[in-house]
Design a protein around this ligand. Structure first.
Ligand SMILES: *[C@@H]1O[C@H](CO)[C@@H](O)[C@H](O)[C@H]1NC(C)=O
Ligand SMILES: *[C@@H]1O[C@H](CO)[C@@H](O)[C@H](O)[C@H]1NC(C)=O
Length: 320
């Protein structure tokens, strides 16, 4: 009898071991909802790595995508949108243009606002095409994805995750309006955390603190006008009042393409991770002929020291 008990205990522990190891032996199913442009380049690196580790990834993109193309390490699933590839590419390129601006001026803000407005109209139409595509949402819903990897610069990815009730991982550099920290309910005291674009340090005079409070305001306004649409779309779909912060607050994990080498240390939440190093994977050797003039170099050092988002030499098009 003792032997019988031993055998069944062994059998039981063997079964338990098998059950425990199953989720690790099998790859997970990941739905990736990216955003076009440089954002996609970083996400693509992660998708490739997920594939290398045995996970199944499906990348969801509009059928007019410019940079997101079929590749052998993911399945591309496209959906129809009500505009042409040319229209889309035109708006996308004009947005990239704005990020090459290095001066922060009223003109830039106004220009930026109009561009964002135009582009957000595009993204809204895209998102409506996605979420009101019954065949597609039903297919996604029945595909039992375990996680959605998305970029919160396009709120639609977060909304899809919320609508289909799938946990979400956000990949981002930062959101100028600080909506990321707000949605994650992360403390961000303006007296100590220098805001992006301010060039403030973490030791601020009274006036610098005032500036620190005022700088994000235009971005908050842009953010609100650009994304308020998703509140009504979400409320329509979920049949109750849904706020933008609730949609973004759906994130289980926040992955920041940043590092405290660039930004001042700040309070973070336990589900926030800094993975800025991944941007150094595809490094190019510095050109031997290009040199900064003393002024430019001072300016560059100053920017590095001030945690500005433009802490790259101007010929590296990597902004967010
Ligand atoms: C925004 O869209 C309008 C109408 O399509 C266009 O006339 C305008 O030039 C666009 N603005 C920018 C900055 O691209
Ligand atoms: C997804 O499928 C579940 C179970 O079949 C269902 O209860 C839910 O309403 C579906 N959600 C959507 C958004 O279709």
């Amino acid at each position: 009898m003792a032997v019988g008990l031993q055998v069944s205990l062994q059998g039981l522990s063997g079964l338990l071991f098998l059950l425990c190891s199953l989720p690790w032996a099998e790859g997970g199913k990941v739905l990736v909802i990216p955003i076009e442009g440089s954002h996609w380049l970083s996400m693509r690196t992660i998708v490739r790595e997920l594939h290398a580790r045995g996970h199944e990834t499906v990348v969801l993109a509009p059928d007019v995508s410019v940079y997101i193309k079929e590749e052998d390490f993911f399945t591309l699933k496209t959906y129809a949108v009500p505009y042409t590839k040319e229209e889309y590419a035109h708006h996308l390129l004009s947005l990239f243009q704005i990020f090459f601006e290095t001066e922060y001026s009223v003109m830039m803000v106004l220009n930026h606002m109009e561009l964002m407005k135009n582009l957000s109209t595009f993204y809204q139409r895209t998102c409506t095409s996605l979420l009101y595509n019954k065949g597609l949402t039903q297919h996604l819903n029945s595909s039992s994805f375990e996680v959605v990897l998305t970029d919160p610069a396009n709120v639609c990815g977060a909304l899809v995750a919320k609508y289909l009730n799938i946990p979400a991982v956000f990949l981002l550099r930062f959101i100028p309006s600080e909506a990321d920290f707000e949605a994650a309910q992360c403390p961000s005291p303006p007296a100590y955390v220098p805001r992006i674009f301010t060039r403030n340090s973490d030791h601020m005079s009274f006036l610098e603190r005032v500036k620190n409070i005022l700088y994000p305001l235009p971005f908050k306004i842009i953010f609100h006008f650009s994304f308020a649409f998703y509140e009504s779309l979400a409320s329509e779909l979920l049949q109750r009042e849904v706020s933008l912060m609730e949609i973004l607050g759906h994130a289980s994990i926040w992955l920041f393409r940043s590092d405290f080498v660039f930004d001042y240390p700040r309070p973070i939440m336990p589900n926030m991770f800094f993975i800025g190093g991944m941007n150094c994977v595809l490094r190019k050797p510095l050109s031997q002929t290009h040199s900064f003039s003393p002024n430019q170099s001072d300016d560059f050092n100053h920017r590095i020291g001030s945690a500005s988002s433009h802490a790259h030499p101007p010929d590296i098009p990597k902004f967010f």
